[in-house]
Design a protein around this ligand. Structure first.
Ligand SMILES: Cc1cc2nc3c(=O)[nH]c(=O)nc-3n(C[C@H](O)[C@H](O)[C@H](O)COP(=O)(O)OP(=O)(O)OC[C@H]3O[C@@H](n4cnc5c(N)ncnc54)[C@H](O)[C@@H]3O)c2cc1C
Length: 340
């Protein structure tokens, strides 16, 4: 608790770990409510993750999707920010441990998000591009532009084809959106900026282990998405598993391989590494089970929200975990499937 210098009253301190979608909405909701709010993030900017693929395909500058946290909270009464890496939480002492100190709390909101899940496949982790952070999107954009340059220098048609083959693994929203955006980049920019290359030499392959794309969407929309991608010339391989990669090929579980110099991994997410350091039970993909009000059963003063939280409820054709976006209550409407 701290003393309000204006009124002399003591105020409870709420610490929010993470200024992503969950943290931002919580801080905004608590602003001016007589609570001392401290937001901690290791980045000094809020990242609009859904547009990372636009940065990766050079259709948006990185500044367009990253906004300074101090500018976001300017004018939010009682809300302060600290730039720091959270390394752990002492739940009994109600203390957040930072790389450079510690902070005490009365209430804690853990909103540290998620990380890419490579399912223990080291070669994929080493060679694939992921898309969770701004640096990932910028790296992928630079790689794609570099690929086009490299292709112009290659005269062997087979090698050139491999250089210009882009494999995207994971047929969820990120994989589907990225495949479409990459197609547009190649169709609209490649032909103009690289006259010696032809669109026909490029290949985009979208690989999905399940028998459908976008499993959270209704059947009609799934079929529509598949049709649209195929109409664009994107090869969609369903029921196909990837088991490894090296810089020049993607290895499939059936023993075959695809010559490709680019692999983008959008096939799995897990709770952010901070979750593992919390002495709390874990559910699938390291997410933390929460009560329907997002609090922790053994620590009612602690809330876990967003991608880190695991909440199962009836109503989606059985007892199933909420998609993370709904636990976050972030700015996107829930999918039609989730609203049912
Ligand atoms: C490419 C892509 C596209 C997406 N598209 C959509 C979409 O169209 N619709 C939709 O609903 N959802 C979409 N999502 C998912 C959506 O972005 C997430 O569900 C949402 O961001 C989760 O919010 P969050 O607050 O849990 O975590 P995040 O928004 O990830 O925020 C976590 C914050 O915690 C900070 N942090 C993490 N660890 C620490 C630590 N140890 N110390 C300090 N700070 C830390 C991070 O820096 C970050 O700022 C997309 C995600 C991606 C990657």
């Amino acid at each position: 608790m701290i003393e309000d210098l204006n009124t002399g009253e003591t105020m409870k301190r709420a610490v929010i770990i993470g200024m992503g979608f969950g943290g931002l909405r919580t801080a905004r909701a608590l602003a001016g409510k007589g609570v001392d709010v401290l937001v901690i993030d290791r980045r000094n900017y809020h990242l609009f993750q859904p547009l990372l693929y636009q940065v990766a395909t050079a259709s948006l500058e990185q500044e367009s999707i990253a906004y300074p946290i101090r500018a976001v909270i300017r004018g939010w009464k009682g809300v302060d920010f600290r730039l720091a890496e959270v390394t752990g939480v002492d739940l009994n002492a109600r203390r957040v441990q930072l790389a450079d100190g510690s902070v005490e709390y009365d209430y804690l909101v853990v909103a540290a998000g998620s990380a890419t899940h490579f399912f223990g496949m080291n070669s994929i982790q080493k060679h694939a591009h992921e898309m969770k952070q701004l640096s990932h999107a910028v790296r992928l954009r630079n790689h794609i532009l570099d690929i086009f340059e490299r292709a112009t220098q290659e005269s062997d048609p087979e090698k050139r084809r491999a250089i210009l083959t882009f494999v995207i693994v994971g047929g969820g929203p990120t994989g589907v959106e990225f495949a479409g955006a990459l197609h547009e980049l190649i169709r609209d920019e490649l032909t103009r900026d690289y006259p010696s290359l032809s669109v026909a030499e490029t290949r985009i392959v979208l690989i999905e282990a399940r028998d459908t794309l976008l499993p959270a969407l209704p059947e009609k929309l799934r079929r529509y998405a598949l049709r649209q991608l195929e109409r664009m010339g994107i090869e969609v391989l369903l029921n196909t598993q990837v088991r490894g990669a090296d810089p020049e090929q993607v290895l499939l579980a059936d023993g075959s391989s695809l010559p490709a110099h680019t692999i983008v991994w959008s096939a799995g997410v897990q709770a952010a590494p901070l979750a593992a350091s919390l002495e709390l039970p874990k559910a699938a993909n390291g997410r933390i089970p929460v009560q329907p009000d997002l609090s922790i059963a053994a620590h009612p003063e602690v809330f876990v929200i967003g991608d880190m939280a695991f909440l199962e409820q009836d109503g989606y054709g059985g007892r199933r975990p909420h998609p993370s976006g709904i636990v976050t209550r972030d700015p996107w409407p829930p999918s039609a499937a989730a609203r049912r």
